[in-house]
Design a protein around this ligand. Structure first.
Ligand code: SF4
Length: 177
């Protein structure tokens, strides 16, 4: 199975808690004005990579706390992203996902798309919503604009309602496995 990939960063500390491998997927139809990754918009760009190849690459990273799937828009390649999400969590790594969709919209989509449901069920945190230039704030952890939220996915999936992550200090709570 192929995922169209825009790039990989191996040691990010700004895309979720701890040190993370960040996979930027290619293709995004949101086209937010002021987007920091405009080169990821064209779905024909980037590089096709096999999911097994990406899993191997993640397996060989010994110093990471988790994996972040960013974009681009991960939910526009839901099938390969769901496969990758499963492999990441089976390996005991926590998963953070970015999306230009709000969680309310993704929950609706998940009712008719099993892959979307699977991604939401595997993830630990979702940074949701489009980047809004007039809400831009560089001081926010993990996100670029004030409308975006850090969603606690296990709690959200349990209750069926959006639950924001309640611990902005983000160290012990996440890693007390
Ligand atoms: S959703 Fe993200 S990648 Fe897509 S245009 Fe908006 S900020 Fe850029």
């Amino acid at each position: 199975m192929i995922l169209q990939v825009a790039g990989i960063q191996y040691d990010s500390i700004v895309d979720g808690p701890g040190i993370r491998l960040v996979l930027f997927v290619q293709g995004c139809s949101h086209r937010c004005p002021g987007c920091h990754n405009p080169e990821t918009h064209d779905p024909r760009g980037g590089k096709p990579m096999e999911i097994v190849q990406l899993i191997e690459l993640i397996d060989n990273c010994n110093n990471i706390d988790g994996v972040t799937i960013s974009g681009g828009e991960p939910f526009e390649q839901a099938e390969p992203v769901a496969a990758l999400a499963g492999a990441v969590t089976e390996n005991g790594l926590d998963l953070v996902i970015y999306s230009g969709y709000y969680i309310e919209n993704l929950l609706k989509k998940s009712l008719i798309d099993q892959n979307i449901n699977s991604i939401l069920a595997k993830g630990r945190l979702l940074i949701d919503g489009p980047f809004l230039e007039n809400e831009s704030d560089l001081t926010l952890p993990f996100r670029g604009s004030r409308n975006q939220r850090i969603i606690d996915l296990p709690a959200t999936m349990r209750t069926g309602k959006p639950v924001e992550w309640g611990n902005p200090c983000f160290s012990e709570e996440l890693y007390s496995k």
